[in-house]
Write a protein that binds this ligand. Structure first.
Ligand code: PRP
Length: 178
């Protein structure tokens, strides 16, 4: 589990900074003049680094909450079986909610979480992803805020894992497992 298995850099640290700044500005513009704080909800574990960077670029009052869902287990192929491992702490009823993901791949995870969230009657619900892999899409997802399109390769780093490793890489790279 080390960087020798990274065959190429997909999103550099500089591109990450620029992308997060752009998304923060778009989100700030969208949510001007809210009556209550924006609720920014990160899907763990993958989104934790992106969330931390993103919220510091959003210039409207906000609160954060997290939900842990799991779809991949420790493999590289999506099983389509999405589990809620840890639910939100707070109610989203009648709140403006922004869901934050590190990557939308097949779309199954986000589709299921969006459906669940809508059933809780938020005032508004928008979604933001740092990475988007359109070629891998199985379920169509409307993305309100979208960072970088990447090819259909196995990406790790900046929160994304392989067997729970590599999340701490400060860039996104392609992994060639041993
Ligand atoms: C990853 C990622 C997304 C999901 C995307 O989560 O964080 O939630 O897969 O794939 P999909 O669009 O094909 O559903 P994972 O279940 O690996 O957990 P993690 O967030 O702990 O990395």
């Amino acid at each position: 589990m080390d960087e020798k298995n990274i065959t190429k850099v997909l999103v550099s640290e500089e591109e990450i900074r620029e992308t997060v700044a752009r998304l923060g500005a778009e989100i700030t513009a969208t949510y001007q003049g809210l009556e209550r704080e924006l609720m920014v909800i990160g899907l763990l574990r993958g989104s934790f680094i992106f969330m931390a960077d993103l919220v510091r670029r959003i210039k409207v009052p906000l609160v954060v909450d997290f939900m842990t869902v799991s779809s991949y287990g420790d493999g590289t192929v999506s099983s389509g079986d999405v589990k809620v491992v840890m639910d939100l702490d707070s109610s989203i009823e009648d709140r403006d909610v922004l869901l934050v993901e590190d990557i939308v791949d097949t779309g199954r995870t986000f589709a299921k979480v969006i459906r669940m969230m809508r059933n809780r009657n938020p005032r508004s619900l928008r979604v933001c992803t740092f990475l988007n892999k359109p070629e891998a899409r199985v379920v169509d997802i409307p993305l309100d805020f979208c960072g970088v399109h990447i090819p259909n390769e196995f990406a790790v780093g900046y929160g994304l894992d392989y067997a729970q490793g590599y999340r701490h890489l400060p860039y996104v790279g392609v992994l060639q497992p041993d």
